[in-house]
Design a protein around this ligand. Structure first.
Ligand SMILES: CC(C)(COP(=O)(O)OP(=O)(O)OC[C@H]1O[C@@H](n2cnc3c(N)ncnc32)[C@H](O)[C@@H]1OP(=O)(O)O)[C@@H](O)C(=O)NCCC(=O)NCCS
Length: 257
């Protein structure tokens, strides 16, 4: 079962997790280690996961899932017991975080609340993201599928990422796209995702211009006091060749002309 070596390993991991909370959460700077251990939900979830994962690794049935479910009920953070999580992991606030079965996290990764590291469907095997060292994932971000997030990268809050992320880059938006790579804006024709041409908006704009032009010409053509078109009765004549002729503008002008 749980040997002394394993317990020592879990204790070391938890010590480093608490230190990570202290260094990366501005609200924890002046808070003692014991208080963080007692009151930080992200730390509770990790402590539970370290134990559940150790039990899962040595083949203990049932119990790892019970621990994970209890931890989820208390913290709102769901971590599958099989997920591999490196050292110095920190979940800030935590509620709504989901970490799937085949997730692999490197060292010193930070997640905010509402992050999903999930699969895209019903695929089996490796189907969840791999996140390398020193990655920060903003609140509400969804990372889906067996993608790799390169070390040192940042994922913006509420991004939806379904492709690999290069190292040391910043990815934002839905679909997630790099806005910084190695500190520089990516170059190339497809790099400006914020100001993409919008053909539908352009078509609507040109129709609106045409409609206002037509409206103006209707106003200009409308009969005003000085622009009265006289309506005179027409005269209908039977022509000698058997056809009927209509003579317009005969008779008195109803406008008095
Ligand atoms: C992405 C993030 C990490 C900033 O990374 P950064 O490398 O410092 O990037 P910058 O702030 O220079 O922003 C780069 C570009 O992305 C845009 N951007 C930043 N965050 C964004 C987001 N979440 N969604 C969409 N665009 C975003 C910026 O406006 C900027 O656009 P520009 O290139 O047109 O100027 C940060 O914006 C973020 O989302 N952090 C998550 C924080 C969080 O979840 N906090 C919860 C606390 S409870």
């Amino acid at each position: 079962m749980l040997g002394l070596g394993l317990i020592g390993r879990i204790a070391a991991e938890v010590r480093r997790d608490v230190a990570a909370a202290r260094s990366r959460d501005p609200a924890a700077r002046d808070v003692g280690r014991l208080e963080i251990l007692a009151t930080w939900p992200g730390v509770h979830a990790l402590l539970a996961h370290r134990i559940a994962h150790a039990l899962h690794e040595i083949g203990v049935p049932f119990l790892p899932r019970v621990i994970a479910a209890a931890s989820r009920a208390v913290t709102g953070i769901e971590i599958h017991p099989a997920a591999k999580i490196g050292q110095g992991f920190f979940i800030d606030h935590g509620m709504g975080v989901v970490i799937g079965e085949t997730v692999e996290l490197g060292d010193d990764v930070t997640l905010y609340q509402g992050v999903t590291l999930g699969g895209t469907g019903f695929a089996t095997g490796k189907r969840h993201p791999t996140v390398q060292d020193n990655v920060t994932i903003g609140s509400g971000a969804k990372l889906l599928g067996p993608i790799t997030v390169g070390h040192g990268s940042k994922i913006g809050a509420n991004s939806v990422v379904i492709h690999d992320v290069p190292p040391n880059s910043t990815v934002v938006g839905n679909p997630g796209h790099p806005v910084r790579v190695e500190g520089r804006r990516p170059e190339g024709p497809d790099a400006d995702w914020v100001h993409l041409p919008d053909p539908i908006a352009d078509a609507i704009k040109s129709l609106a211009t045409r409609i206002s032009g037509l409206e103006q010409s209707v106003v200009d053509e409308a009969p005003g006091p000085g622009n009265v078109r006289p309506l005179r009765p027409a005269e209908i004549q039977d022509a000698p060749d058997g056809t009927t002729r209509i003579n317009r503008n005969v008779g008195p002008n109803p406008a008095g002309g």
